[in-house]
Design a protein around this ligand. Structure first.
Ligand SMILES: [Zn+2]
Length: 373
């Protein structure tokens, strides 16, 4: 029987989720710490000072080319990360990993970072291998982004190390923000963090290389450097220093000409997420089929925690948006890009639909087996 967090609506079918004895999830707990509702609340003023001190330290390290590297997708969060570094006299290098099918609005939003005063490198992996990886990841594991998430975390760090950039400013620490896991360092990205939160279900690039007989040297860009190498830069999470909040990040991004959609993004009620790239929609839809929750749940849970909506309203939004079928706008480009047939696409969706969670009919409409809403 699926259990739902008593405070938000995250289900027990979410990987790594933990509940306390009152049935409240750890992500909600972390949120209370963030927002000073508990004794061990985070002192944000102190952390801001820590950030300023770190900036002085990296400026003094006299790096040859750039002072800080920022991995960017072109989303609202990337622009927020860059905004925290402005007016400090830093040489900023943004690194965008273009691993999928970028949209027009995605290109526009990515250009915001250069207009803000940051340099930008876009890395496109060689597509004969990358498309093969996407295809295998989708067909065999039901997640096209299986290795792409590794690539977009690892590659900018490799760039930082190669160019001797002393600091990498990452976005949010997903372990804390969405799972509330306290077993990870909240400030720094580590190899352990990468194994759990960049690699899906422990499928590291090394493991992938072995199973699928792809020489590891060809997959190095997808993998984090060894921990002794990693020590040569400081990969810090922006969410450690500044309170992470999607609505606030959106407000910041809009100041720098960030564009949103005129209607909500497919699979959720927000119009400013998942708009820059198309394969992510397939990843998110499969998450729904495998684990019973989609993007609308993620966003509704965040909005409950921030007092933007009530739990009741969240349930209504999830019912309306979460289970929206994936449309041809995404399917057509996706199957063409990775080179599979429509039949294979739907066969894979069926294969990875969790039968313990969903009942489906021939039109692929989803009904939860133990619907509590
Ligand atoms: Zn919760």
């Amino acid at each position: 029987m699926t259990q739902y967090c008593k405070s938000c609506i995250l289900p027990s079918t979410k990987p790594y989720i933990k509940f306390d004895k009152y049935g409240v999830c750890k992500a909600c707990h972390f949120h209370m710490i963030k927002n000073k509702r508990l004794k061990n609340a985070i002192n944000w003023k102190k952390r801001k000072k820590e950030f300023d001190k770190l900036i002085v330290k990296i400026k003094n390290s006299k790096a040859p080319f750039y002072d800080v590297c920022v991995p960017v997708s072109g989303g609202k969060d990337s622009i927020t990360q860059v905004s925290h570094l402005l007016k400090k006299g830093l040489r900023i290098l943004c690194v965008n990993v273009d691993y999928g099918i970028k949209t027009k609005i995605g290109y526009h939003n990515l250009s915001c970072v250069t207009n803000m005063g940051a340099n930008l490198i876009t890395y496109r992996p060689e597509l004969t291998l990358h498309k093969k990886i996407l295809r295998m990841s989708f067909l065999k594991y039901g997640d096209p982004d299986l290795m792409s998430h590794c690539l977009l975390h690892a590659y900018p760090i490799r760039v930082a190390l190669n160019l001797k950039i002393p600091m990498v400013l990452l976005g949010e620490n997903a372990a804390l923000e969405y799972s509330g896991s306290s077993s990870f360092n909240d400030k720094l990205l580590s190899t352990k963090w990468f194994k759990y939160y960049a690699s899906n279900a422990g499928m590291t690039p090394k493991k992938f290389s072995k199973i699928h007989k792809i020489p590891y040297k060809k997959l190095k860009n997808y993998d984090l450097p060894a921990s002794n190498e990693l020590k040569k830069t400081i990969p810090v999470f922006c969410s450690y220093f500044f309170k992470w909040n999607s609505e606030n990040n959106l407000k910041i991004a809009k100041k720098y000409n960030f564009k949103t959609l005129s209607k909500s993004s497919e699979g959720t009620y927000r119009n400013y997420v998942g708009i820059d790239e198309k394969i992510n929609r397939v990843h998110q839809y499969l998450k729904l089929l495998k684990f019973g929750y989609g993007r609308a749940t993620d966003h509704a849970c965040e909005d409950i925690r921030n007092n933007v909506i009530t739990r009741k309203k969240a349930i209504l939004l999830v019912k309306k948006f979460d289970r929206k079928k994936i449309s041809n706008y995404f399917i057509n480009d996706f199957i063409k890009f990775i080179g599979i047939t429509r039949k294979d696409f739907f066969k894979t969706l069926k294969k990875f639909t969790n039968k313990k969670i969903w009942k489906t009919n021939k039109n692929f409409n989803l009904t939860k087996i133990d619907e509590i809403f």
